[in-house]
Design a protein around this ligand. Structure first.
Ligand code: GLN
Length: 484
């Protein structure tokens, strides 16, 4: 049952081959059996899940089921869930039980989906390896000596190990796409504003976007249909109609133009990754797509620009974690200042502190123009590059990451080498366009992600282009043997 796609589960439920309670229990049993090996779940909400499943079965019996009614999934622990701990994998929020549901949580519940629990992540979504979690690292089901990617590493590992059929994640600089790449999944970062950020704990508000993890583009289309849409409670959420993502999957590739950004195809791209990307390009060519070279002349500035903008926004967003209103509070504070400083010193991990310090520095009076303002100007140039590229082509194709899953500790002492993990993904967040990662040809038995980038609000065609690729290839069907 755990190898079914979302569509197969939905059809099986509709035919009465199994109930949502049976399906849910099957996945809860798998979590019981395997979660300790990979540490993907930080909270399992078994009772709540079974209650939602019973409810879904009743809705179906009454003839009111939608395509997702009764299908299990899980949330990254960055989404507020009413009455359930919402930790962001930080000691700071370890005791925090959210008093309300995030918009995404609400929507998926309204679609009838069954939440199995909350998934591990890098602390406050800062990282590319899931090594910064307060609850310990997540392991990659393909090789448990390796990282699953980050920051949505728990989401990726749980779906890859088939502990859950699908999951939500968030992507500020690559955190859906890079773990999807490392774990052989399809993961989509929608256009900035496509999905409401209400109730999603903020890291860098102008970059954060929620999206789905699934085995295939088709799975992602099902999930995005539930997640996307206008929400008045997030002023940056776009008032754009939500197209029929599932119905749009069958668009042929003939005649579409796929651009290869020449700046991404330089000497730095390792030969093994290049081979996998070349194989993907051939699949598109064989299906009638035209492959052209394009240029993103300012893309090389993305990582430095991001590491000013993201820390600046995080230093501001995380100032609310002060020991007074949320989560961790130090013991016996002497006075208010002591309460603030000790609660924050104890509650945040090293990477989060590093980002807060960099951000506070970049925003300080003497440096604001030199760093933050400059970064915002460069960000505009990066966005303009994408706009120009999309005047020539329908999609851009690149690797998702410059490597396959690396070993634990490999980048531990060198934050910059960790930051470079996102070299192909970050420009997309700075511009706000949608992009997905899908499985390509493996290297030494490890998954490689192929990134497809689309124009603003073009998710339907982007998912269709990935779906057509997946009709022609089997890469996405492979799952780790140890969790078969
Ligand atoms: N790896 C990047 C960072 O550490 C991106 C994280 C994310 O997308 N949330 O900031």
């Amino acid at each position: 049952m755990h190898q079914y796609s979302i569509a197969e589960m939905s059809q099986g439920l509709e035919r009465g081959d199994f109930t949502s309670v049976e399906l849910t229990q099957h996945f809860l049993d798998r979590i019981d059996e395997h979660n300790a090996e990979i540490n993907a779940f930080v909270t399992v909400t078994a009772e709540l899940a079974l209650e939602q499943a019973r409810n879904a079965d009743a809705v179906r019996a009454a003839g009111q089921a939608g395509p997702l009614t009764g299908v299990p999934f899980a949330h990254k622990d960055i989404f507020c869930t009413d009455g359930v701990r919402t930790s962001c994998a930080s000691k700071m929020l370890d005791p925090f039980v959210a008093p309300y549901d995030a918009a995404v949580v609400e929507r998926m519940r309204e679609a009838g989906m069954v939440m199995l629990g909350k998934l591990n992540m890098d602390e406050f979504a800062m990282g590319s390896s899931n090594e910064t979690s307060y609850y310990g690292p997540v392991k990659n089901p393909w090789d448990t000596e390796r990282v699953p990617g980050g920051s949505s590493g728990g989401s990726a590992a749980a779906v890859a190990a088939r502990l859950v059929p699908a999951a939500t994640g968030t992507d500020t600089g690559g955190s859906i796409r890079q773990p999807a790449a490392f774990c052989n999944l399809t993961g989509l970062k929608p256009t900035y504003g496509r999905v409401s950020r209400y109730g999603m704990i903020a890291f860098a508000s102008s970059l954060d976007q929620a999206g789905p993890f699934g085995r295939s583009a088709e799975d992602c289309a099902y999930l995005l249909s539930a997640m996307a849409g206008h929400d008045e409670r997030d002023s940056t959420c776009a008032n754009e109609p939500v197209p029929d993502y599932i119905g749009a999957l069958d668009q042929p590739l003939k005649g579409i133009k796929v651009g290869l950004p020449k700046e991404f195809f330089g000497e730095e791209m390792p030969a093994s990754i290049r081979e996998s990307v070349d194989a993907a390009i051939e699949v598109y060519r064989a299906q009638g797509a035209e492959i052209v070279e394009v240029s993103l002349p300012n893309a090389h500035l993305s990582v430095p620009v991001y590491y000013v903008v993201a820390p600046a926004e995080c230093s501001s967003n995380l100032s609310r974690m002060d020991g007074v209103r949320f989560g961790h509070r130090c013991e016996d504070p002497k006075d208010l200042q002591d309460l603030y400083t000790r609660s924050r010193a104890e509650g945040f991990g090293d990477e989060v502190k590093r980002r807060i310090m960099v951000g506070a520095y970049a925003l300080s009076a003497g440096y604001y123009d030199a760093y933050y303002l400059k970064a915002q100007q460069l960000r505009q140039l990066i966005s303009d590059d994408f706009k120009k590229a999309f005047e020539q082509v329908d999609f851009l194709l690149s690797p998702t990451a410059p490597e396959t899953a690396f070993k634990f500790g490999e980048k531990g002492d060198d934050p910059v080498s960790m930051y470079l993990s996102d070299i192909y993904t970050i420009a997309v967040n700075l511009a706000g366009v949608p992009a997905l990662s899908m499985p390509g040809q493996t290297v030494d038995g490890l998954p490689v992600g192929i990134q497809l980038i689309g124009n603003y609000f073009d998710e339907a065609r982007l998912l269709a282009a990935a779906h057509q690729f997946q009709l022609a290839t089997d890469y996405h069907k492979a799952s780790p043997e140890a969790f078969a």
